[in-house]
Each structure stands twice: as C-alpha cells, then as structure tokens.
Ligand binder design. Structure first.
Ligand code: PDD
Length: 280
C-alpha cells in the first residue's frame, strides 16, 4: 500500500492517483454527505455515533448507505497511523452519471472517498479565540452533514477577515451554531447549548460534552439562546471534532466574562480530555 494512501471506491491509492470523474455529482451539484471522525492513538473516537449520523445524513438525501458498520471500520482503520492523533474525512456522493441532470440518476454507484489527516495542534484551545456573530445564511437542512458548504465557507471567511477564528451564527435573533462547530454558553451559572433542530448539526463533540456534564453533575441544559443572552454570557465555547472544546474570549470585539478561559471551560475541558483518554 502507498505510504499515505487515500481510499477511493474500493482501492487504496496515493492521493495523486485518486481521481474522480468531472461528472461526479459531488463536483457538479455538491450532491453528497460527509463525516469527520477523530482518531486518538489510532482508535476512532465515538465511531458508532459518527456512523449513526452518517446513516441519518444519507437517509435525508436519499442515498443508500453502501457499507455496513463493520465494512466502514474495515475501510477506515487502514488509513490510520497508530500513535498519532488524526482525523478521518469520508465523503459519499450520488456518483457520476453519464450526463449532467438535476434528477437522480438510476443504477449509478455512489462515489466513496476517505482520507486521514493529522489533527493539528491547536494552542488557542488554552488561550481562547475571538469570534464574530453573523447572520445564519444557510439552508433549512443544517442537521444534514452535506458537502454543500458554500455558505459555511463564506461565513468562516468573513469571520476571519474580521479577525475571528469562528463565526457564531444567528437566525431570527437566536444563536444556532458556529460555521463549523456547535456553540455553548454559561448563562447564570448553567451551561446552555441550543437544542437539536434542523438549524444545527447534531455534533458528536456536543453530545459528548452533554454526556460528561450529566455524569459529573455539571449543570447543563439544551435550550434556545438569543444573541442578547450570548452577549451577557459568562463563558462561550465552540465545540467540534477537530478543535474539541475551545473557549471564546472575545465576541465582536468585546471581552467574554473576564476575557480569559473561564472556570467552567477549565472543568469541562479536563473532563473531556479524561474521557478521550479513557476510550482511546
Ligand atoms: N464540522 N456544526 C457544523 C456546521 C460543523 O461543520 C461541525 C463539524 C460541527 C461539530 O460537529 P462534530 O462535533 O461532530 O465535529 C457542528 C467538521 C469538523 C468539519 O466540517 O470539518
């Protein structure tokens, strides 16, 4: 096998040799779904939860899951190098039809692609990041992990140009999520995160945070929050598989709480790191 292979439609190949058709519907229409799964010390983290979300995403866009859970594990594990922290990216599109047509093609196999990448060190996790609030301009199916990410890309870029490491999105006055993360806030001593709906991705990191908070008697609630709630929060965090749990210390140019990572983040980040160690 190649040194750092990628997986494409049943084969492991060097990335330079992995090619898809220009008629692939992922390329033409953004017609596909994806997952990002961290692997610590060579072990996939929350694998079943990621695969359950993949099932839901595929069902929502009417693509059949081409593989069983065990087949997926068999495909992904060879991409991992033991010892290092990595994440696996996997993508399934509706495949390459003979011609460009919005209608679903018949009898075309999906395109299945997967690769692994190192999880880069994220020193800002300890110091905190700046974030900016932006209007959530995405579609009505944000619970689906679709590859169609143009709105997310534009929002993240705008945040970056305004000095933010993440855009916190607001829809009709309510906080939804980050451009590539879920959002938590400490409001009057309670950790709050928006409830699951079509407006947010059911983040796996979000679910782990809620689970470890409940197990460790950290007061937490799934509850809608307004932009004004967020502005008054003692702490704000973002959470994702690649960045984990990151404190936001500056929102729209104003210090959050004391302008430093707060005590609730210190506690929950410790619990999160311990949980990671215990399952990998
Ligand atoms: N994104 N919300 C959005 C819009 C996301 O894109 C992500 C993750 C999350 C957090 O989900 P999880 O905890 O399962 O990673 C929430 C991945 C990392 C990405 O697109 O690269």
């Amino acid at each position: 096998m190649a040194n750092n292979p990628v997986y494409l439609n049943g084969r492991y190949l060097p990335v330079e040799e992995a090619h898809i058709s220009v008629l692939d519907r992922g390329f033409l229409f953004g017609d596909g779904v994806y997952e990002v799964i961290p692997a610590y010390r060579g072990r996939l983290f929350e694998f079943e939860a990621h695969m359950a979300r993949l099932d839901n995403s595929l069902a929502a866009v009417l693509i059949g899951n081409p593989h069983s859970l065990d087949e997926w594990r068999g495909i992904l594990v060879p991409l991992l190098k033991g010892g290092t922290d990595q994440y696996v990216y996997l993508q399934i599109t509706r495949g390459a039809a003979p011609k460009r047509d919005h209608l679903f093609p018949e009898n075309i196999p999906p395109t299945v692609f997967a690769m692994s990448s190192p999880i880069p060190p994220y020193p800002e996790r300890d110091t905190g990041i700046r974030a900016v609030c932006l209007e959530d301009s995405r579609w009505d199916n944000c619970h689906v992990k679709a590859i169609t990410l143009l709105a997310n890309v534009l929002l993240r870029q705008e945040a970056s140009e305004r000095g933010g490491a993440e855009a916190i999105l607001v829809k009709n006055g309510f906080v939804t999520e980050g451009s590539s993360s879920n959002v938590f806030a400490v409001l009057n001593g309670v950790l709050v995160t928006p409830p699951l709906s079509r407006d947010i991705l059911p983040g796996i990191t979000r679910a782990v945070i809620l689970k470890i908070c409940r197990e460790n008697h950290v007061s937490c609630r799934e509850q809608s929050m307004t932009i004004d709630d967020l502005k008054q929060a003692d702490e704000i965090w973002i959470a994702s598989s690649v960045r984990e749990v990151v404190p936001v210390v500056d929102l729209d140019g104003r210090a959050v709480g004391g302008g430093e990572p707060g005590p609730a983040w210190q506690q929950v980040n410790r619990l999160f790191q311990a949980y990671k160690q215990s399952v990998s």
